[in-house]
Design a binder for this molecule. Structure first.
Ligand code: DGY
Length: 433
């Protein structure tokens, strides 16, 4: 085992809290939905029981309507804002009675994570037995999305909050903030006591984030009301690509489990509608990749980001389209002076290589792009993404995100946000195994 892998295992074990993991100390002291899923992939390589427990705990917080929250507040710490009391998700009649949670969700990774656990497992029978105990919860979650988050029956799910996207402060959302004018709330940020404010969203951005949640709370987190009233209502290519990827994994796993024909049929129905709409509505010919669609204001958000390439991970583009997207990624994001893959278009004036999702490289997106590009058999590009991911961790540590400009790494620490960050460690293990 290499020293880097050993360190990665230490990071994961340190962030393990008995039956779930935190993304990192102080900054993120609870369990986060998509973090949890990706962390389980890392654990699966050296401690399958922790991987299973991670997923079990996450799904234990599922609401009675199938919804899975983006944060499960396992403790009372006030080192994070906004905490459980702000979110007050028990306003929803079907919210978890067992755990305090948020009333927003996050990218649905759980389906493909279960398939990853099965792939990695050296005891397939035992892992399949675990999968049998949780897979219907994941299916129920997908059913929740298609029944409640697709008002026009397009097979594309909306998100109603930037925190649901996972790409929290992407410059794409700036267009939506321009349509809103929230009050200036008084509150105490906690994130900027742990991390340099220049690497985090601004106070004014937080006003918008809180305002959307206030609107949802006024209506007890009712999905119909949110679809009617939320100023933020977006069809996000990353979120939908991960749902499609997860649908595909559920189909494969249900085939192994047997006696699930009805569910397999339903999953195929969702897939054909979703993939068709995805390729017609979310692909932008001018940009040459997939983009976000603002459902509230009925307009495409014409920006290139790492999310634009994420459909490669779910096999959504045909070979020809994939080829031109990979070329575009290399041309704009992959010059000799750059690490792949910046989270936002480096040629845009909204690009900021230090600020969270406005430019830095993220290991989770890199892992997805690595997998996607390999599936389309561009091995050299896949290897480049893998090499870049390992190199930025080796140089800086297991940070949350990294500067995409190579020269910065020569001069100073170019890892930003939280340190000893779980998914950077988890996915590094998967990349090098
Ligand atoms: C944060 O607090 O920035 C989290 O990422 C929200 O999920």
């Amino acid at each position: 085992m290499t020293p880097l892998e050993k360190k990665a295992i230490e990071v994961l074990n340190k962030n393990w809290k008995g039956n779930f993991s935190i993304p990192c100390e102080n900054l993120y002291p609870f369990q986060w939905f998509w973090d949890s899923g990706l962390i389980a992939i890392g654990f699966a390589h050296f401690d399958m029981s922790k991987a299973e427990k991670e997923i079990f705990t996450l799904l234990d917080a599922q609401w009675d309507n199938g919804f899975i929250p983006h944060i499960v507040f396992h403790s009372e710490t006030d080192s994070y804002f906004p905490g459980a009391d702000f979110h007050h998700s028990s306003l929803h009649p079907q919210a978890s009675k067992k755990y305090k949670t948020t009333g927003i969700t996050q990218p649905p990774v759980t389906g493909f994570v279960l398939e990853e656990l099965y792939r990695i497992s050296s005891d397939k029978e035992a892992t399949l037995n675990f999968i049998k105990t949780v897979i219907d919860k994941v299916y129920f979650n997908h059913e929740y999305f298609y029944n409640n988050r697709d008002p026009k029956d397009e097979g594309l799910i909306y998100i109603y909050h930037n925190w649901e996207s996972g790409t929290d402060n992407s410059p794409i959302w700036d267009d939506i903030w321009e349509t809103m004018n929230p009050p200036e709330y008084t509150f105490e940020r906690r994130d900027t006591t742990h991390v340099d404010a220049s690497q985090r969203p601004s106070k004014r951005e937080y006003d918008h984030y809180l305002h959307i949640i206030e609107i949802a709370k006024e209506h007890n987190y009712n999905d119909q009301k949110i679809a009617e009233l939320s100023p933020f209502l977006v069809q996000d290519p990353l979120f939908n690509a991960l749902l499609i990827k997860s649908n595909e994994s559920l189909i494969k796993l249900y085939h192994l489990i047997e006696n699930n024909e009805e569910k397999i049929k339903q999953l195929h129905n969702w897939q054909s509608k979703a993939i068709h709409s995805f390729n017609t509505k979310l692909f932008d010919e001018e940009i040459g990749a997939y983009i976000h669609y603002d459902l509230r204001n009925e307009k495409p958000l014409k920006y290139l980001s790492s999310s634009s390439f994420s459909p490669l991970f779910a096999g959504i583009p045909n070979k020809q389209r994939a080829t031109s997207m990979i070329k575009l990624m290399l041309d704009k994001f992959g010059g000799d002076h750059q690490y792949l893959c910046a989270s936002f278009d480096p040629t845009s004036d909204r690009f900021n290589p230090k600020k969270y999702w406005r430019g830095p490289v993220w290991i989770n997106l890199n892992w997805m792009l690595y997998r996607g590009v390999s599936e389309y058999e561009y091995e050299d590009v896949a290897e480049r993404i893998k090499k870049d991911s390992i190199e930025i961790i080796e140089k800086n540590g297991f940070y949350e995100y990294f500067d995409s400009r190579k020269e910065i790494h020569e001069k100073e620490n170019a890892g930003y946000g939280g340190n000893n960050f779980s998914w950077s460690a988890a996915l590094l293990i998967d990349l090098i195994r």
